[in-house]
Design a binder for this molecule. Sequence first.
Ligand code: HEM
Ligand SMILES: *[C@@H]1O[C@H](CO)[C@@H](O)[C@H](O)[C@H]1NC(C)=O
Length: 326
Amino acid sequence: MCFHFYIHYFLLLLLLNQSHLGASQLDLNYYSDSCPNAETIVKEEVTKLYHKHGNTAVSWVRNLFHDCMVKSCDASILLDEDQTSGIESEKLSSRNFGMRNFKYINTIKEALENECPATVSCADIVALSARDGVELLGGPRIEMKTGRKDSRESYAAVVEDFLPNHNDTISLVLSRFQAIGVDQEGTVALLGAHSVGRVHCVNLVNRLYPTVDPTLDPDYAEYLKRRCPTPDPDPNAVEYARNDLETPMVLDNMFYKHLLSHEGLLLVDQQLASDPSTLPFVENMAADNTYFHDQFARAMIIMSENNPLIGDQGEIRTHCSRLNAS
Ligand code: HEM
Ligand SMILES: *[C@@H]1O[C@H](CO)[C@@H](O)[C@H](O)[C@H]1NC(C)=O
């Protein structure tokens, strides 16, 4: 009797332990039982939004970087400023300047809440929307794991310790990515995200005034000066240049071709082609779009799995921009 009790107790412990293990890591198709349509719903919503506002897809790609790079892929980037819960929003950090379309995250979240209330995390929405955005922009299809939980804090105070600035050195950039497990080849590929979207003049004028950066192609510098005519742009004037004039909405290897012809927009971008450790990757990616896409997908997966909250850590937010009431 006593023996049987122990055997059963032991088996029960084993089972509990295993289900705990199952829930404490990221998995492919994590929601297959709890919300079987989760990934389909995200894809449908991301696709609908893309057809209304194409640049939403661009925003989802940038979101993944700005969320995952700072400590953890835990949707901390989505939290709004809130005095009651003491949240200082990461969105207000100067490193996150120019980020947009956050309100459309709610559209995706609402569709998921309608089908499976309180089941799919905002951190997984950040990951899945980024991979679906990549595909809509002509990038590779990326298999991403799910099961991330949402943070109950923001990291506004330390954003700058993790996200490089537009004019940081290549060695700093490489070390920041290395810290999350992305190697040099992967870093070169990830910056290929700058094949889409825009850059505001505040992030460019250093290269144009008082003197033009001599590594810039002169014709390209003239174009940039037309886009950004003064050294002190009004941040509210929405003055910006496109990352890629030829294929601004396609995640392709045009970015690397531009770097090789001295038409990199940000200083960090251009440095990829001037540093001997990264130049060979730039050359290979410029020559072969499939190779770029393979490396981009590989590095996006590593970035998307940086230090997630799992199992009973964190929470599943009902509204992505605020904590659940405790
Ligand atoms: C050294 C690393 C990086 C730096 C310093 C950097 C910096 C910047 C800056 C300054 C902008 C322009 C923001 C503006 O003025 O509106 C930008 C835009 C963008 N970045 Fe990065 N970035 C980096 C890496 C990445 C990575 C790894 C990704 C994604 C995989 C990414 C995705 C994007 C996208 C998609 C945009 C365009 C956003 C839009 O048009 O709304 N960036 N980045
Ligand atoms: C980088 O650019 C910022 C402005 O965005 C400027 O304040 C800072 O001095 C620059 N840093 C370097 C090392 O040039």
